[in-house]
Design a protein around this ligand. Structure first.
Ligand code: FAD
Length: 494
C-alpha cells in the first residue's frame, strides 16, 4: 500500500516504539473489572484477580483506571476506537504464558496485538482482554547463519534497519511501523517478494504459546503441522512470541523509489503497468496507485524496487519514464531501507481506513476499464486503488506447501477509502469502497488474509484460505478447539 495515503502531513507524535515496562504495579490500586467472557456473558474480575495477575508479570496490566489507558488502547488506525477491559502488556514469552493461562482459566474473550496495524481492528476488542506484545521489540541478526531472530512485538522498520547493517534483508511490507507478527502470520507481501518469496516463506521457526498455555516451537522438524499452518494461517493457532527468518544478501545500493504522473490518460498508464509487470524479472517489483488522497488532486504513482544489477536499472524502468511529464520523479539508486522508508515509524496514523482487497490472476482490459469507469462515475477526493505485484518466487511455492494458498496470483488489488479522524468521512468513504468492490471483486480470485475487513462474512474468511481451509480447521481443532484465538480471519475448529 502506498505510504503517502496513510500518513499525516505533519508527522504524528512518536509514541509507539519505546514503551517502558516495569515488573509490577504494586502502587496502582486494583479495582474490579467488568469484562466479557468467551461465550459473550458479562463477567467480573475481582480486584484480587487483577492484583494477582499484576504480581505475576514482568510486564504491565492496564485497565480503564490506569493513567496510560488511552495511550495503551490506541490502534494504528484511529477509526478503530476500541475500549478493551484489560490490556496485558507482555515483557516476554513468560508473560505471554501467564496471560494465556489467565484468559483460559477465567474464560475471557481475548485478542492479540502485535504491531496494532490490523485492517479490521481485531487486535483490540471492546470490553475484552488484549494480550499486547508491544514491549517485545528485539531483532537479533546472526550474519554468519544469515538468520534473524525477532521478538513478536517488533516492527518491520526495525527488522529492515538491523538486517541492512549486515548487508542482509528479507521480504517485509511497505509501511515501516507495521508489526512483523500480523504481517508474517498472514503471509507478508512486499517489495522483495518476487525475489525472495513472501515473508512467511522466509520463516524457519516460530516460538509460540498455544491455547493450553504451553510454549512450543514450530519448525520443519518440530510440530511441522503448526509450522505449516502458521505460514499464512493468521493468528489462529496461538500467540507467537518470536520468529526466526532466513536472510538474503542485498547490495548496499539498489534502485527504486516512486514516479508520479497526472491522472490524465490513466488507462494508458494502467496498460503500461500491465506490460512492464508481465515481462518483469524477479528482481523488479512495481506497484501502482491511482490516488486522490488527503485532499490533493488525482494522480498515478508507480513504486519501484529493482534489486538486480544496478547497471541495468535505468533500462529496466525506462517504460515507466515514457508516459508523459511526471509531476515527480524520485527513481534512482538508493539503499533498500531508503526505498522501504524503514526509519519512518510514527507509531500511528491520523487517518481512518476502509480497505477491500483481492488477488488478480492478471490485468485484463475489462478490469482496467472497470477501475477507470468506477473512479469517473463516483467522484471522490479521498481514495486509493492500488495494485501490487506478486508472482516470481511467491508463485514457485506450491499452494499446499504452506497455509498461504493463493500462489497463482499475479497481483494483489486494494480499494482504500481514507478520511481524517476525528471527522465524518467514515460512512462516505466506506460506501465508496463497498461500491468499488461490487464492481471489482468479480475480477478477483480469493484474497489476502491480512486484508480481512470488519464487514467480511464467514465465507469471505474461508475464501482467503482456499483449498487449505479443511487442513487448517483440523489443526485448529488440535491446538485451539475452543477458538480462543478468534479475532482474525477466523478458522473454525473442525
Ligand atoms: C498502512 C498499512 C500498510 C500495510 N502494508 C502491508 C504490506 O505492504 N504488505 C502486507 O503483507 N501487509 C500489509 N498490511 C497489512 C498487514 O499485514 C496487517 O494489517 C497485519 O495484520 C499487521 O500486523 P500487526 O502485527 O501490525 O497487526 P495487529 O493489529 O497487531 O494484529 C493483526 C492480527 O494478527 C494477530 N496477531 C498479531 N500478533 C500476533 C501474534 N504475535 N501471535 C498471534 N497472532 C497475532 C492479531 O490478533 C490480529 O488478528 C498493511 C496494513 C496497514 C494498516
Amino acid at each position: 500500500m502506498k505510504r503517502r495515503t496513510f500518513f499525516a502531513a505533519g508527522a504524528a507524535a512518536f509514541t509507539g516504539l519505546v514503551i517502558p515496562y516495569r515488573r509490577s504495579f504494586a502502587a496502582e490500586p486494583a479495582a474490579a473489572v467488568p469484562i466479557l467472557g468467551m461465550d459473550g456473558r458479562q463477567l467480573t474480575l475481582s480486584a484480587a484477580d487483577i492484583q494477582d495477575l499484576r504480581a505475576s508479570l514482568r510486564g504491565e496490566v492496564i485497565t480503564a483506571q490506569s493513567p496510560n489507558y488511552d495511550a495503551a488502547r490506541r490502534l494504528w488506525i484511529p477509526s478503530f476506537d476500541r475500549h478493551p477491559a484489560l490490556i496485558v502488556r507482555c515483557a516476554g514469552a513468560g508473560d505471554v504464558k501467564r496471560a494465556v493461562s489467565f484468559a483460559v482459566s477465567h474464560g475471557l474473550l481475548t485478542t492479540v496485538r502485535g504491531g496494532g496495524h490490523s485492517l479490521s481492528g481485531q487486535s483490540s476488542i471492546d470490553h475484552a482482554m488484549v494480550i499486547d506484545l508491544t514491549p517485545m521489540r528485539m531483532v537479533e541478526v546472526d550474519p554468519v547463519a544469515k538468520r534473524a531472530r525477532v521478538a513478536a512485538g517488533s516492527l518491520l522498520g526495525q527488522l529492515d534497519l538491523e538486517t541492512a547493517e549486515f548487508g542482509l534483508a528479507t521480504t517485509a511490507g511497505t509501511v515501516a511501523d507495521t508489526g512483523v507478527a500480523g504481517l508474517t502470520l498472514g503471509g507478508g507481501v512486499g517489495r522483495l517478494g518476487r525475489k525472495f518469496g513472501l515473508t512467511c516463506d522466509n520463516v524457519t521457526g516460530f516460538e509460540l504459546v498455544t491455547a493450553d498455555g504451553r510454549w512450543q516451537r514450530a519448525t520443519a522438524s518440530e510440530n511441522p503441522d503448526l509450522y505449516w499452518a502458521l505460514r499464512g494461517g493468521g493468528g489462529n493457532f496461538g500467540v507467537v512470541t518470536s520468529f526466526e527468518y532466513q536472510l538474503h544478501e542485498l547490495a548496499p545500493v539498489i534502485y527504486g523509489g516512486t514516479i508520479t504522473y497526472p491522472y490524465e490518460h490513466v488507462r494508458e498508464k494502467l496498460q503500461a503497468y500491465a506490460d512492464i509487470t508481465a515481462a518483469a524479472p524477479d528482481e523488479l517489483n512495481v506497484d501502482v496507485d491511482l490516488e486522490a488522497a488527503r485532499g490533493g488532486g488525482r494522480d498515478v504513482t508507480f513504486s519501484v524496487c529493482y534489486c538486480g544489477p544496478l547497471a541495468d536499472a535505468e533500462k529496466v524502468v525506462a517504460p515507466l519514464r515514457k508516459l508523459g511529464k511526471p509531476t515527480e520523479d524520485k527513481l534512482g539508486p538508493a539503499s533498500y531501507v531508503k526505498i522501504q522508508g524503514s526509519a519512518q515509524m510514527p507509531g500511528y496514523s491520523d487517518m481512518g481506513l476502509h480497505v477491500k482487497g483481492g488477488f488478480l490472476p492478471g490485468l485484463t482490459p475489462q478490469l482496467m476499464d472497470a477501475i477507470v469507469d468506477y473512479i469517473e462515475q463516483n467522484p471522490s477526493d479521498s481514495f486509493d486503488i492500488g495494485i501490487e505485484s506478486m508472482g516470481g518466487a511467491i508463485s514457485r511455492v506450491a499452494p499446499d506447501a504452506t497455509a498461504f494458498f493463493h500462489r497463482g496470483a499475479k497481483y494483489n488489488m486494494l480499494a482504500v477509502g481514507v478520511w481524517k479522524v476525528p471527522g465524518d468521512g467514515a460512512e462516505r468513504n466506506g460506501a465508496w469502497v463497498r461500491g468499488a468492490w461490487q464492481r471489482l471483486e468479480p475480477f478477483t480470485h480469493g484474497h489476502y488474509v491480512n486484508l480481512a475487513n470488519s464487514d467480511d462474512g464467514e465465507s469471505r474468511a474461508r475464501a482467503a484460505y482456499g483449498d487449505n481451509y479443511a487442513r487448517l480447521a483440523d489443526i485448529k481443532k488440535r491446538y485451539d478447539a475452543n477458538n480462543l484465538f478468534r479475532f482474525n480471519a477466523n478458522i473454525k475448529p473442525a
